[in-house]
Design a protein around this ligand. Structure first.
Ligand SMILES: NC(=O)c1ccc[n+]([C@@H]2O[C@H](COP(=O)([O-])OP(=O)(O)OC[C@H]3O[C@@H](n4cnc5c(N)ncnc54)[C@H](O)[C@@H]3O)[C@@H](O)[C@H]2O)c1
Length: 508
């Protein structure tokens, strides 16, 4: 197994902005002498002072010893120019996201550092292959993609360009591990892992909004309280900034030759055009001006539960519902289910969405009073659920289904009848994208899941989630979304299809 670079290796970090400063902190804490350089006067020194203040604070809180804080602080050096980096054994570049600037920098460095010095770029979107093409020796370059803030985020994507030898990627992998990070290998393809696989989290939410499924606050609440995501998509986009989020989407979309899976949203473009960039400008999907409160999600008022209640089948969702109703002291019958229904309450027949609209499902199954519920990460603990009802469903049936879910302890958010609701269509698309990345050799399935858990804090990896929901369910949801919209966007990854046909899991 390849070993990490020695702590006696001098690490040069170029660019003392948000990322460069964070990376310098990580490398110094791991024991390296770190030379920080920036073209802005005093930027490197200012960053070092702030890192040293961080180390002191960590020592005060007992997270590191006073001696370690002093030693790590002393290992940070502000270099005045590239010429001062002649003793570097690893250069980590974190300058502006511009191909020509990065190529020029590495070309200049080739004439300064020793021939065996490793080059690493922290680019989030530029091809590592393209950066390397400017070098006399492109085999010395790989991507070392940290996440913001680098000292706190565990994930590092080790990105191999076409010329990157495996041994170099392995050495950086071992080094990132030695620095306390969780590295994953990725091939240099647009968005690498995280910035590619995460696109549907925003893309499907923007579509839900465009189609009037529910308002932003309600979709966010469903994604948090049923999906288990830390932040809903709209509040997250507001936090990231629409200029940044829209630019990443456009860059991935363009790089994949306008693949409809990544198609940007006009709703988001409008926000960018208006200068409503999110939290940083005081307005995005939400209003952040002084005194403006956060809008509450739409929640159905309390409904009356009819006496006739039957929980159907022994699938996990039905069992979870039965447990919750029993715990709440609600009486119900148990029955078998031939058509996949999970409950019958009054005249309402309740199913988990399979990517068809409730209206289509009512028509296909000949059951007018059809009500669909969304996917929840854990049907035993979710505090909210989205529902949709068929156009032909009676008001009483909607009320009965709502009452049952409320009796089981869930807030109910009623959506317009969009196919796949919110959590289900998002998770299906996240899993589909992760599966395609794996199928195209960008990364392993385990790496895709680890990247999404650690890089963007998903409650579980999309492929593990697909295993939990069942590859057949994910396949059906995607097929039904594809049929509903008639778009190539929802085409099913060949990897998911293979797992459906072989009856195997997407990974352990
Ligand atoms: N901000 C993020 O969330 C994030 C996350 C992962 C990766 N990245 C990537 O990391 C890199 C840096 O991003 P950032 O957010 O730290 O940017 P930033 O604007 O905060 O910092 C960039 C720094 O580089 C300096 N600089 C520019 N050209 C230089 C040059 N030729 N030589 C030396 N210094 C130079 C600038 O003066 C600035 O201080 C980019 O490639 C970006 O895509 C950013």
């Amino acid at each position: 197994m390849t070993t990490a670079i020695s702590t006696t290796t001098v690490v040069a970090v170029i660019g003392a902005g948000a990322m460069g400063a964070g990376i310098a902190q990580v490398a110094a804490a791991a024991g390296h002498t770190v030379k920080l350089v920036d073209t802005r006067a005093q930027a490197a020194q200012a960053a070092i002072s702030s890192i040293q203040a961080q180390f002191s604070k960590m020592a005060e809180k007992g997270k590191i010893s006073q001696a370690d804080a002093v030693a790590a602080s002393a290992r940070l050096i502000a270099a005045q120019q590239l010429g001062d980096l002649a003793d570097a054994g690893l250069v980590v570049e974190a300058i502006a996201e511009n191909l020509q600037a990065k190529q020029q920098l590495f070309r200049d460095l080739e004439g300064i550092v020793p021939a065996d010095c490793i080059f690493a770029t922290n680019t989030s979107s530029i091809s590592v292959t393209a950066i390397g093409s400017a070098l006399q020796n492109p085999q010395r370059l790989a991507g070392l993609h940290f996440f913001n803030p680098a000292p706190l985020m565990a994930l590092v994507e080790i990105v191999s360009g076409l010329a990157t030898p495996r041994a170099l990627a392995d050495a950086l992998f071992a080094t990132a591990s030695a620095w306390g990070k969780t590295p994953v290998h990725a091939r240099s393809t647009p968005g690498f892992i995280v910035n590619r696989v995460a696109r549907p989290y925003y893309g499907e939410a923007l579509r839900l909004l465009t189609e009037g499924a529910a308002d932003c606050a309600t979709v966010d609440a469903v994604m948090r309280e049923a999906g288990g995501f830390r932040m809903g998509p709209f509040e997250l986009m507001d936090m990231i900034g629409h200029d940044v989020n829209y630019a990443v989407t456009c860059s991935v979309w363009n790089a994949f030759y306008n693949d409809p899976r990544f198609q940007p949203s006009l709703v988001q473009k409008e926000l960018v055009d208006a200068g409503f960039l999110g939290k940083k400008t005081g307005r995005g999907f939400f209003d952040y001006s002084a005194g403006a409160g956060k809008p509450a999600p739409t929640t159905e008022p309390s409904q009356t539960l009819p006496a006739a209640l039957s929980i159907c089948g022994d699938g996990d969702t039905a069992r979870a519902l039965a447990e919750r109703l029993s715990a709440a002291g609600v009486a119900f019958e148990r029955s078998t289910s031939a058509d996949g229904r999970i409950a019958q309450v009054g005249t309402a027949v309740v199913f988990v969405t399979d990517g068809r609209s409730a209206t289509q499902r009512a028509s296909d199954g000949g059951v007018a009073d059809t009500v669909l519920i969304d996917l929840a990460m854990n049907y035993r603990t979710n505090t909210r659920i989205a529902i949709a009802h068929a156009a032909q469903c009676s008001t009483t049936a909607v009320s009965s289904a709502t009452a049952m879910l409320q009796a089981a302890g869930m807030n109910v958010s009623r959506f317009a009848d969009v196919p796949g609701l919110a959590v289900m269509r998002t998770v299906a698309m996240l899993a589909n994208e992760a599966a395609d990345a794996v199928n195209q050799g960008v990364c392993t399935a385990a790496a895709a899941d680890a990247a999404m858990r650690l890089g963007v804090n998903y409650p579980q990896g999309p492929l593990a989630w697909a295993n939990q929901a069942g590859p057949i369910t994910i396949r059906d949801v995607l097929a039904n979304l594809g049929a509903s919209y008639g778009e190539d966007r929802y085409r099913i990854s060949p990897l998911i299809q293979r797992h459906v046909f072989s009856g195997t899991r997407l990974h352990d």
